[in-house]
Design a protein around this ligand. Structure first.
Ligand code: NAD
Ligand code: UDP
Length: 323
């Protein structure tokens, strides 16, 4: 196999750390860049002794000079509570982070993949969402720092591609879960599992009829790697997610059943701009990457619950102050 020098920004995060692990196992020379805003060093500490792994504490809003062949750009807070913590910084991370990795890719003639998001579709009027759908995003709402930041990053990727012939790839990731999610990130899967294991009330925002489609992290990482290694004609964006669609209430009931928890459901107000439904159309990924998810929700949740049982949640610190 062709050994590559691969940069993973946000490489200490939930998805980034699994991606680093996989690339290290494949024998690549992996550089993980992270400022640890939403992640823990323990996510990658097991890789530190590996000769083909390097960790750099760095904020992607500042330029960095590295020589690489491939870049996976994942640095960005992803959970609503995390990206709304300092929304201005979130937009800067998306936009300036994109400019910095694109500049590096241009100089090094590297291929660069952007981890975009289903949030570019906003609260969608088209269901399921194909890549051709342009979305319904509120540009001035509390989610805009993330949604519009990611949309601007996609714009930059396409403009560097058209203007400077940078070899780019864009994936739009739908809700992904699995071991190593931050237990206090406020996302629905981590909240429900943590609450169920502690016997606390399960907090459902709204009436729980809103839907999401949940992808297990191994399936997601496989899709991302296939996209990076896919045909050069496939720039994207390509949706990567699990088309299985569940209401939030169904998710809560499944988590209660799988944990055997005595927890009850508690209904709380729905946050503003919370999308009512979300489900990927993955025809492009199926056709061009021969990719589709393989892990059903109940299996992935069982694995995630097993991991949550092994951790001490008090070891996890909240986002870095002054970010
Ligand atoms: P995460 O918060 O666990 O990982 C993000 C990582 O980026 C963290 O390690 C964080 O410390 C780092 N980071 C944040 N700002 C930074 C900065 N300015 N400089 C350097 N590092 C910085 O989240 P995740 O779920 O692993 O998400 C990874 C990527 O995938 C993100 O770009 C996210 O937008 C995208 N994504 C994830 C999902 C999902 O459901 N997990 C869905 C859509 C898109
Ligand atoms: N949600 C919920 N209870 C929680 C956390 C989230 O009902 O404790 C809902 C949230 O309002 C949204 C869905 O679950 O409708 C998914 O939320 P999450 O923050 O995981 O991701 P999103 O897809 O909204 O970015």
């Amino acid at each position: 196999m062709n050994i590559q020098r691969i940069l993973v920004t946000g490489g200490a995060g939930f998805l980034g750390s699994h991606l680093c692990e996989r690339l290290v196992e494949e024998g690549h020379d992996v550089i993980c860049v992270d400022n640890f805003f939403t992640s823990q060093k323990t996510n990658v500490s097991h890789l530190l002794g590996r000769p083909n792994f390097e960790l750099i504490r760095h904020d992607v809003t500042e330029p960095i000079w590295l020589e690489v062949d491939r870049i996976y750009n994942l640095a960005c807070p992803a959970a609503p509570g995390h990206y709304q913590y300092n929304p201005i910084k979130t937009t800067k991370t998306s936009v300036m982070g994109a400019i910095n990795v694109l500049g590096m890719a241009k100089r090094c003639r590297a291929r660069v993949l952007q981890a975009s998001t289903s949030e570019v579709y906003g609260d969608p009027e088209v269901h399921p969402q194909p890549e051709s759908y342009r979305g319904a995003v509120n540009p001035i709402g509390p989610r805009a720092c993330y949604d519009e930041g990611k949309r601007a990053a996609e714009t930059l990727f396409m403009d560097y591609h058209r203007m400077n012939r940078v070899d780019v790839r864009i994936v739009r990731i739908f809700n992904t879960y699995g071991p190593r999610m931050h237990p206090f990130d406020g996302r629905v899967v981590s909240n429900f599992i943590r609450q169920a294991l502690a016997g606390e009330d399960i907090t459902i925002y709204g009436d729980g009829s809103q839907t999401r489609s949940f992808c297990y992290r191994d399936d997601l990482v496989e899709g991302m790697v296939r996209m990076m290694n896919g045909p050069s004609s496939l720039v994207g964006p390509v949706n990567i997610g699990n088309p299985g669609e569940f209401t939030i209430r169904e998710l809560a009931e499944l988590v209660i059943r799988l944990t055997g928890s005595p927890s009850r459901l508690r209904f709380e107000p729905l946050p503003s701009d919370d999308p009512t439904r979300r489900r990927p159309d993955i025809t492009l990924a199926r056709t061009h990457l021969q990719w589709e998810p393989t892990v059903p929700l109940a299996d992935g949740l069982a694995r995630t619950i097993a991991w949550f049982r092994t951790i001490n949640v008090s070891d996890y610190r909240p986002p870095t102050p002054n970010y």
